[in-house]
Every structure is written in structure tokens, then in C-alpha cells.
Write a protein that binds this ligand. Structure first.
Ligand code: ADP
Ligand code: ADP
Length: 224
């Protein structure tokens, strides 16, 4: 069955309608691209699905459980244990080294430092940035920083990775490498990926596309 489903989502910011009946579903291990023009509601949809922004109305279920019925504590526990996040600008903590950044989600879950950094380094190897462990985010390139951010998203073995324009700040070569590594890592761990992008070349890494227009979403079945 579906891992994450949303039905009839509505969300307005004052007079601005961001979501106007959006739908969504994703199965375990699937990579779904959420596409659409700027301002169409993609980020809002992703933030609702991830339990970060509450919709005004509509249903969002994770593993059959209604998110609106959860307490804030339950929702943040869900985010920490089941979800991973990658944003357009890595959003790494500048004061921490790269390995400390990758280890951070495990540390927040209570994993001891040594074990957390061991797991972090093993993910950094898979993302081909293990040589950067002691550097700080300000000392690595954009493409390297984004691979560090992907390692951080994967380190807790999440079931869903939310990626909002993960290649938006990269040149096309680095962007493609990040997408290759992200989708390969997702396939080996069985994580699903919700990928927000406006670039067809990035969406080409997905199994399925959902197009958002004026806050409404449409499922585009793609013959593979
Ligand atoms: P996209 O990701 O497709 O660019 P967004 O979901 O960011 O679209 O935005 C959808 C609409 O909602 C836009 O008109 C945007 O300006 C508006 N919007 C999004 N977030 C906010 C917010 N926090 N406050 C006010 N308006 C917002
Ligand atoms: P994207 O590049 O993914 O479309 P945006 O630049 O539209 O993202 O928005 C980034 C963040 O800023 C969103 O999470 C949204 O909540 C917030 N935001 C977007 N539009 C507005 C707005 N008009 N007023 C306030 N916050 C906004």
C-alpha cells in the first residue's frame, strides 16, 4: 500500500491560496518528482507532507496514520526517525565540521558520539565526500556540501527523503551527480524520495511525476 498519501489539501496564507485541492501518494522505495512553475505550491505541498506546515483542511496519512491526529511531539518524533531532508542550500551548520553535520541527526536521537560519527563517515564514503570530514561547510564546494547534506539526510535510515530543489544551487554536472547518488542511496535503503524540482533533467531521475499548478496536483503516469 501507500506509505504517504494526501487528499484534498487546502492551504492559504492570508489572501494567497497555496494549495487548492492537492493530492499526493507515494509507495515505499518510489522516487516521485513534484514539478510545476514557481509559486504553484510545490514547497507548501512538501512542507505539509513532511508535517512541518499544517494544511487548513484535507487529509495526510503516513503509514495509515492521520497526521492531524498526532501531537506536535509525535509529529516531530516522526520527522526525526522516519524522514530525511535535503534543501536547495545544504543548510549545514557552519560551526560544525562536515562529519559532525552528518552525525547531527543521530546525536539528536541520542546516539553516542563515536557511533554517530562512524555511521556518518560510512555515509560520507558512499557519497564520495569522506575526505572532507574535518572541514567546515564554508571550506567545501557547493557540490560537495550538497553531498554532505544528502549523507546527513540518509544517516538515520529514513523511510522518506524530502528533497526541495536539491540541485537548484548547483551546475548541471554537480546536480546530476547529486541526483545519481541520492537516488542510488534511496534504492539501496528502500527509502522513498519526494523530489521538488522545476527542472525536467532532475525530474528524469524519478519513477513518477506529479505536476502542481495553482495549488492543484495532477499525477503524470510516465511510461518507463
Ligand atoms: P513553489 O514552491 O511552487 O514556488 P510555494 O509553495 O513556495 O510555491 O508558494 C505557493 C504560494 O504561496 C506562493 O504564492 C507563495 O508566495 C505563497 N506562500 C508560500 N509560503 C508562504 C508564506 N509562509 N507566507 C505567505 N505566502 C506564502
Ligand atoms: P521555492 O524556491 O522552493 O519555491 P520559495 O522561495 O517560494 O521556495 O519559498 C521559500 C520559503 O519561503 C517557503 O518555505 C515559504 O514558506 C516561504 N515563503 C514563500 N513565499 C512567501 C511569502 N510570500 N511570504 C512569506 N514567506 C514566503
Amino acid at each position: 500500500g501507500s506509505l504517504l498519501t494526501a487528499a484534498d489539501l487546502h492551504k492559504a496564507y492570508g489572501p494567497t491560496v497555496a494549495l487548492d485541492g492537492a493530492e499526493f501518494s507515494i509507495h515505499p522505495g518510489e522516487v516521485v518528482a513534484v514539478m510545476g512553475p514557481s509559486g504553484s505550491g510545490k514547497s507548501t505541498l512538501l512542507h505539509c507532507l513532511a508535517g512541518i506546515v499544517p494544511p487548513d483542511s484535507g487529509s495526510i496519512r503516513y503509514n495509515g496514520q492521520e497526521m492531524a491526529g498526532m501531537s506536535d511531539t509525535q509529529r516531530s518524533a516522526l520527522r526525526r526517525s522516519e524522514f530525511g531532508f535535503v534543501f536547495q542550500f545544504g543548510q549545514l551548520v557552519p560551526e560544525l565540521t562536515c562529519v559532525e553535520n552528518v552525525a547531527l541527526p543521530l546525536r539528536l536521537n541520542g546516539t553516542p558520539r563515536k557511533a554517530a560519527e562512524r555511521a556518518a563517515l560510512s555515509w560520507m564514503e558512499r557519497l564520495e565526500v569522506d575526505g572532507l570530514g574535518r572541514k567546515r561547510p564554508g571550506e567545501v564546494s557547493g557540490g560537495q556540501g550538497q553531498r554532505v547534506a544528502v549523507a546527513r539526510a540518509l544517516v538515520t535510515d529514513p523511510r522518506v527523503i524530502f528533497a526541495d530543489e536539491p540541485t537548484g544551487a548547483l551546475d548541471s554536472l554537480n546536480g546530476e551527480r547529486v541526483m545519481e547518488l541520492l537516488t542510488e542511496a534511496a534504492r539501496t535503503t528502500g527509502a522513498a524520495v519526494v523530489l521538488v524540482t522545476h527542472e525536467a533533467r532532475v525530474a528524469a531521475y524519478s519513477d513518477r511525476e506529479i505536476v502542481v499548478r495553482d495549488g492543484r496536483s495532477r499525477d503524470m503516469e510516465r511510461a518507463v
